[in-house]
Ligand binder design. Structure first.
Ligand SMILES: Cc1cc2nc3c(=O)[nH]c(=O)nc-3n(C[C@H](O)[C@H](O)[C@H](O)COP(=O)(O)OP(=O)(O)OC[C@H]3O[C@@H](n4cnc5c(N)ncnc54)[C@H](O)[C@@H]3O)c2cc1C
Ligand SMILES: CC(C)=CCC/C(C)=C/CC/C(C)=C/CSC[C@H](N)C(=O)O
Length: 477
């Protein structure tokens, strides 16, 4: 006999992971199930805008890759618009001087790159392409309804032992082994890690490769703000969004006069009206699980739900409307200082990781050059910038807005991803962040969890952890 559909599903967290999970759970389980999303702060989570002088700017997750297919699909499905990324001249600063300065002329850049780094840039492009090609297999597997019970199994299905190995070594080790020069790793790869993950080349090889993809051309964002995808998905999924902080989850058994007892989960949460809760058949946790982050207690589980050490890295995004101080960077004439993005190499003396001119989310992307005279700059740093530091970086400024994040995992390979399955019908999305944290990674984890929850509910074991999918699907239409 076909098992009854679940009555109620709880999703903890209304960021892109939770919103995508609600959407995919609705797709899989159909119209009858009640989906409730519990969110303790704002829908969007790490996708949020900050207002600077009347305009909104992406303060968290900002750029998407052209091959981030779930995010692309959401934008299309929800009738949102794409804002293409803007081009601005970039320079790499080592704390004393610029080790690389981009020119307005393509041909000059080509010569400069060849002169400084030989064939390393071209080889890097091919190296990242190869990883992306394998990564793209996930869309085919998910389209055919296949799910994975652990993040390691998911990664193995995409790139075999090589992907697992990438989790266990630093991007520095991975690229040195692949024959990239020390100078190139230091002056090109390291600045990309610092701008994207606020950490250097000691982060794991997989997130390192994702980070390199994150500085490729064709990046985009959502007009009006990336968080619109979250509100849109929650609306489309007909989920009920409840403002509340989940405190604990506990297994419950409800006896039935006829048939097997029903296994449920009691979810207790705090709202503005006090402590309350409800029971659910399935729970999907779409927030990083640790005391530092979601702080959820799992009560009376036998065996207990294990705690995973999963420290997150602090990143401060500071928005400054003002004029950059060219002389801080060694330029006497501010007129010839025309960088719109400044990346940095590793130098303990530097108090910021990167800075770049940003445009408002309502702009829809500005193709041409951004005005640098008095622009809004986004500065990434590990700590909140002091007034003295701001005065060093800017010759004058009108306003400063600061957002501090527990942004992404503090990467330290060898990396083990926290589990996806926490109990019979409890799933956790954010373990995938230990491999790499990005909007698309949360969307992939959300679809995987929805498929896994569905197949495990209905006993479709043939759709879980299948080996040799790449070969198998080649012959399938
Ligand atoms: C500064 C910064 C820049 C970034 N840039 C990019 C980028 O350019 N491109 C990219 O792809 N990625 C980027 N990222 C990463 C990306 O933003 C994240 O990987 C992604 O948004 C994570 O989404 P999520 O839904 O998994 O988690 P979150 O967005 O963290 O969502 C979790 C939600 O759960 C809620 N929650 C937590 N605990 C509880 C609880 N106990 N009860 C109820 N609710 C709870 C939280 O309030 C939150 O809303 C960036 C991140 C930061 C911080
Ligand atoms: C998941 C895959 C395959 C690709 C994603 C590539 C990507 C867009 C990576 C960026 C990740 C990230 C954490 C960026 C943070 S900073 C972004 C931007 N430079 C900014 O200034 O805000």
């Amino acid at each position: 006999r076909q098992r009854d559909a679940p009555g109620k599903i709880a999703v903890v967290g209304g960021g892109i992971g939770g919103a995508a999970a609600a959407y995919f759970l609705r797709q899989k389980f159909g119209r009858s199930v009640r989906v409730e999303v519990l969110e303790k702060a704002a829908v969007g989570g790490r996708l949020a805008t900050l207002e600077v002088e009347g305009a909104g700017y992406e303060a968290g997750g900002s750029v998407l890759h052209p091959l981030n297919l779930h995010m692309k699909h959401f934008v299309k499905e929800l009738g949102l618009s794409v804002a293409p990324g803007h081009g601005s001249l970039a320079g790499v600063y080592n704390g004393e001087e610029f080790v690389f300065e981009e020119s307005n002329w393509y041909i000059i850049n080509l010569f400069k790159l060849l002169w400084h780094y030989g064939l390393n840039p071209l080889r890097m492009y091919m190296w990242v392409e190869d990883i992306m090609d394998k990564f793209m297999r996930i869309y085919r597997y998910q389209m055919h309804d296949y799910a994975f019970s652990s993040n390691e199994r998911l990664l193995h299905a995409l790139g075999g032992n090589n992907f697992i190995q990438m989790l266990n070594q630093t991007i520095d080790e991975a690229m040195q082994k692949a024959g990239f020069s020390h100078k190139f790793i230091n002056e090109v790869v390291c600045p990309a890690m610092r701008v994207n993950y606020g950490q250097g080349v000691n982060i794991n090889g997989f997130v390192g490769a994702v980070s390199l993809a994150g500085v490729e051309s064709g990046l985009w964002s959502v007009k009006g703000g990336n968080k619109l995808v979250c509100t849109g998905l929650l609306y489309a999924s007909k989920a009920e969004v409840i403002s509340g902080t989940v405190l604990s989850i506990e297994p419950k058994v409800r006896p039935r006069p006829a048939g097997d007892p029903i296994k449920l989960y009691q979810v207790t949460y705090n709202t503005t009206s006090g402590l309350t809760g409800d029971t659910y058949d399935i729970v999907v946790i779409a927030a990083p699980l640790s005391r530092q982050m979601a702080n959820i207690t799992f009560r009376n589980f036998d065996p207990p739900v294990p705690e995973f050490p999963n420290p997150y890295h602090k990143t401060v995004a500071t928005f400054v409307h003002g004029r950059l101080n060219a002389s801080f960077f060694g330029y006497r004439d501010p007129e010839v200082f025309n960088f719109g993005a400044i990346f940095t190499t590793e130098n303990p003396k530097l108090f910021f990781s990167s800075l770049g001119v940003v445009s408002p989310v309502e702009d829809g992307g500005s193709e041409g050059k951004l005005a640098l005279q008095s622009a809004v700059w986004k500065v990434f740093s590990k700590e909140v910038l002091t007034k003295e530091q701001l005065n060093l970086l800017f010759s004058s400024y009108d306003s400063v807005k600061v957002k501090t994040w527990w942004a992404y995992p503090h990467y330290s390979p060898p990396e083990r991803c926290p589990p996806i399955i926490l109990h019979d019908n409890i799933y956790h999305l954010n373990g995938i962040e230990r491999a790499a944290s990005a909007m698309e990674m949360s969307a992939i984890a959300a679809k995987n969890a929805a498929l896994l929850a569905y197949h495990r509910w209905y006993g479709n074991t043939d759709r879980i952890d299948q080996e040799g999918l790449q070969e198998k699907l080649k012959t399938e239409l």
